[in-house]
Write a protein that binds this ligand. Structure first.
Ligand SMILES: Cc1ncc(COP(=O)(O)O)c(C=O)c1O
Length: 391
């Protein structure tokens, strides 16, 4: 199989597996058990790796909470901030193209009297497809706004939003900015102060770490943010997220983040962009009708390296995938692949239901090679030709 679904999840880096396996053998004690040396040692390991994770995103150790992944981090950030006792403001703003792990907690808040505003994105026909409509953002933002949640890089079309600019607008009127940075952490150089975010979600399995561990940055310095716990119990993590700490997960996420730093220094993004360009050019040379969804390729400041989303009209994405069982790719959002509806992100770009259904997402990652990309393109071209004959 050729794995080109790195935006749904990444394979775990072998160095992460090794570090986790050692951690599981040596640090099996509960890091909260302070009555014996094994518990102390486990706690030291947690502290060391928390500090490393915090450093990688430019935060302090006490600004990182561990969760089960970005879905939980988004829920904790949004519900935890909006449902805290002294929250008087009743408006929350996000984008139509957000992940459901943001849209669904937003929806839940309507039952608590919150007004939800979902801003449009620029259409595919514009020069900046997928970008937030800044005019609509400015006119929606007011002193009733409690929280704005905007993702950094989109999981389907890779578009990168101008978070720094949006954060400063939020702060001018006393709103906080939550950023779902799940697709960006480990791939883009992220420093929370430069971005200006107040809350930021991430998840290890998107950057070659294990599944079941993620993080939420909660600002404590300059404009400290208060949130209300959504999971209560043993009072771990400053009483903000109870539950025994997932020590092997924390070690795995820490090692994965440090490896990402090394790969970023070796310009991994340029290599991934190059592979995506090659995939697209090879496809386009034989399938001239192929269309890109989202921003143009080749600019890592506007589109996440490694992401390609194409419309194969009139061939349905699902039919095309069945013709190439050797390829692991996805149609729409893999995270909601149990939902047969056409991608809400592609629809928000102005694509028709049919165009959205005829689209496929490719996620090229660290372990992909050029021969794999060339082979994948060839398989797709042959499959499209075969399906066109049947139509
Ligand atoms: C942008 C974004 N946010 C949130 C999530 C959910 O992450 P997790 O699987 O860690 O819960 C995903 C997963 O695809 C994602 O891409």
């Amino acid at each position: 199989m050729i794995y080109l679904d790195n935006l749904a999840t990444t394979p775990v880096d072998p160095q992460v597996v090794d570090a986790m396996s050692i951690a599981m053998r040596e640090h099996f004690a509960n890091p909260s058990s302070r009555s014996h040396l094994l518990g102390h040692r486990a706690n030291e390991a947690v502290e060391y790796w928390t500090e490393q994770i915090a450093r990688c995103i430019g935060a302090e150790q006490d600004e990182v909470l561990f969760t089960s992944g970005a879905t939980e981090s988004n829920n904790l950030a949004i519900l935890g901030y909006c449902l805290r006792p002294r929250q008087r403001r009743r408006k929350i703003i996000s984008l139509v193209s957000e992940h459901h792990a943001v849209l669904d907690p937003f929806q839940r808040l309507t039952a608590h009297g919150f007004e939800v505003v979902l801003l449009p994105i620029h259409p595919q026909t514009s020069n900046t497809p997928g970008m937030i409509d800044e005019e609509a953002f400015i006119s929606a933002l007011d002193e009733e706004t409690a929280l704005v949640s905007i993702m950094l890089a989109n999981n389907e079309i890779g578009v990168i939003q101008p978070i720094e600019k949006l954060a400063s607008k939020c702060h001018q009127i006393g709103a906080v900015l939550h950023c779902d940075a799940t697709q960006a952490v480990g791939k883009l150089p992220i420093q929370v102060d430069e971005l200006g975010v107040d809350l930021m979600s991430f998840s290890a399995h998107k950057f070659y770490g294990p599944k079941g561990i993620g993080g939420l940055f909660v600002r404590r310095r300059q404009r400290p943010i208060r949130i209300q716990a959504q999971i209560v119990g043993g009072g771990q993590q400053q009483n903000l997220r109870s539950g025994t700490l997932n020590l092997p997960g924390i070690v795995g996420m820490g090692v994965a983040m440090r490896l990402c730093e090394d790969f970023q220094k070796q310009n991994e993004s340029a290599r991934l962009s190059d592979l995506v360009d090659k995939l697209y050019s090879q496809l386009r040379a034989e399938l001239p009708d192929l269309r890109i969804n989202g921003p143009t390729l080749g600019n890592p400041t506007t589109r996440l390296a490694g992401n390609l989303n194409c419309c194969f009209l009139p061939i349905e994405g699902q039919s095309l995938m069945l013709e190439v069982p050797q390829l692991a790719i996805s149609s729409g959002s893999a995270c909601s692949s149990t939902n047969p509806k056409a991608s809400h992100v592609l629809r928000a770009l102005g694509l028709s239901e049919e165009e959205a259904r005829c689209s496929l997402r490719f996620g090229v990652g660290r372990f992909n090679s050029l021969p794999e990309i060339e082979q994948a393109a060839e398989l797709l071209i042959n499959a499209v030709r075969k399906l066109r004959k049947i139509l």
